[in-house]
Ligand binder design. Structure first.
Ligand SMILES: Cc1cc2nc3c(=O)[nH]c(=O)nc-3n(C[C@H](O)[C@H](O)[C@H](O)COP(=O)(O)OP(=O)(O)OC[C@H]3O[C@@H](n4cnc5c(N)ncnc54)[C@H](O)[C@@H]3O)c2cc1C
Length: 482
């Protein structure tokens, strides 16, 4: 049997899945992408300064090194170009139906197939369904009274409105996560006033960025080992961050000390600023951010950091709990994504019409983030507990793609639908949650955790552990009778 496969999404996850499937000889692949191009978050996030936080030689596919990265931490246009080039090189586009959103999928018990419901009104039937819709593709807004009452332009950083001219405007930025840290220094010089509403401050460490010159490009091209060495170095650095957050308190303490020195130095120009932006939770609990220009921007005279809670959005601006109304011309939401709502808003119904979201009622869980008991022939890329507190998601996606390829090969040879064994998945989840309980991520509120405290996003061990442990083993799976 040569299974037909549907993949949802063309971010790094969808690309990794399709490329691996093709490599393993499968060609009956259709990819649904709700947007008009490949790219995922790198197509969507066009805010000024958008860039990766993991150096490009490591934040890229191992099988498609790019000797021409413009910088060590490349910006969004270069990353999107890379993804387009990869899609072309590996002949992915031929399989993609753009502008086609998947609304849901139903498993047909008798046929052992998935009926995929599309926004075009069609239903497509396939043997295997692969979700690659990401964790960070749905912008999140805080539940603040009056949120829609503001009379001026307001937009989320992931939906940046480039038609709004910020020059000379009074701008409110709500949120201080990874995106705000990148766009605030870009817009600060042009706006008249910038009021930054901070609920919780990030730890910042220096960003070892650099431009890659023509000379670098030539060396990377002619001696590929040099680029491999750069990749390996950064792999080592981010793995040690993972160790710090979970196992090594002294290492975490050293990172905290380095962060404190950097943050103190960069805020010296404005008395009282350091006290406002020094975090009050253990280092590593939220993603630590690399930046050389965020804090100097906050220290400029046209920037005010407000730590008072926001009580409401008014037609004129933002009111804080102390009763002050901050009048502004534009509001920018830098408030992140609905990371813990995996696969939303799709409705995925397994055998007997069982909803995936019911299986996940007390929190998303899956075997190495990929397969769910009772849901045959369904595989999830960048699923529950496969995010990393410091590493490259692409490294994890490649491991998932390999699992997917072997999984489909198994189905192709046995001819029967398979699902992960419930006892196997439960033992995996118990082990992962126990590790997470002892990690630094359990010590504060963040996008890694859902409201009841369960951590559904992060993987608690090394990337290397994931790569080694997440290999496909038929013994972990059972045949689901039709
Ligand atoms: C601004 C930003 C910076 C980041 N920087 C880093 C970094 O430095 N290092 C790192 O490791 N990670 C980073 N990440 C995390 C990033 O999410 C992952 O690295 C990776 O890009 C995820 O790829 P993905 O394919 O899983 O998801 P996405 O990139 O989110 O792609 C999902 C795709 O699915 C499509 N889609 C969604 N729902 C449907 C549907 N129902 N029907 C059809 N199509 C659908 C979307 O349109 C999208 O194209 C960053 C994220 C953001 C937002």
């Amino acid at each position: 049997m040569s299974p037909s496969i549907a993949v949802i999404g063309t971010g790094f996850g969808g690309l990794a899945a399709v490329i691996e499937l093709k490599k393993q000889g499968f060609d009956d692949i259709v990819v649904f992408e709700k947007a008009a191009d490949v790219g995922g978050v790198w197509r969507e996030n066009t805010y000024p300064g958008a860039a990766c936080d993991v150096p490009s030689p490591f934040y890229s596919f191992s099988f498609a090194p790019n000797p021409r990265w413009p910088r060590r931490f490349s910006r969004q246009p270069a990353i999107l170009d890379y993804m387009r080039e990869v899609a072309d090189t590996f002949d992915v586009r031929r399989h993609v139906r753009f502008d086609t959103e998947v609304l849901g999928a139903d498993y047909d018990d008798a046929a052992g197939t998935w009926s995929v419901e599309l926004s075009t009104g069609e239903t497509v039937v396939v043997d295997v369904l692969v979700s690659a819709v990401g964790q960070l593709s749905r912008p999140s807004y805080p539940d603040i009274p009056g949120r829609d009452s503001f009379s001026g332009p307001a937009f989320h950083s992931a939906l940046w409105d480039h038609d709004v001219d910020l020059a000379g405007k009074r701008v409110a930025v709500i949120g201080t996560g990874a995106s705000a840290v990148q766009f605030v220094p870009e817009i600060q010089p042009e706006v008249a006033e910038l009021t930054l509403f901070q609920r919780s401050a990030p730890y910042i460490i220096p960003r070892p960025d650099r431009k890659f010159s023509d000379r670098h490009h030539k060396v990377f091209e002619r001696v590929p080992a040099t680029q491999l060495a750069e990749r390996a170095t950064w792999y080592g650095v981010v793995e040690s961050l993972s160790v710090a957050w979970v196992h090594a308190k002294p290492l975490a303490a050293a990172i905290k000390a380095a962060s404190k020195a950097h943050m103190k130095r960069q805020t010296k120009a404005k008395p009282g600023l350091f006290e406002k932006i020094w975090p009050d939770y253990p280092v590593g609990c939220k993603r630590i951010l690399f930046s050389n220009n965020y804090l100097p921007a906050l220290a400029r005279p046209n920037v005010e950091v407000t730590t008072d809670a926001i009580s409401e959005i008014t037609p004129q601006g933002v009111r804080t709990a102390d009763g002050v109304e901050h009048e502004v011309d534009v509001i920018i939401w830098g408030t992140g994504f609905k990371a813990t709502e995996f696969l939303a808003p799709m409705s995925i119904k397994g055998p007997g019409g069982r909803e995936l979201h019911d299986e996940w009622a007390s929190g998303a869980h899956a075997f190495f983030g990929m397969t769910v008991p009772g849901f045959p022939n369904l595989l999830i890329m960048y699923g529950p507990n496969t995010n990393t507190g410091g590493g490259s998601i692409i490294y994890f996606l490649e491991a998932q793609a390999r699992h997917l390829g072997d999984y489909v090969r198994h189905i192709a040879s046995s001819g029967a639908p398979v699902a992960v064994r419930r006892d196997v998945e439960q033992a995996h989840d118990k082990r992962i949650q126990a590790k997470l309980g002892g990690s630094v991520w359990s010590q504060c509120t963040s996008w890694y955790r859902q409201e009841d405290g369960r951590i559904t996003t992060n993987w608690p061990l090394l990337g290397l552990d994931y790569k080694n442990q997440a290999k496909f083993d038929p013994a972990d799976y059972e045949v689901v009778s039709r």
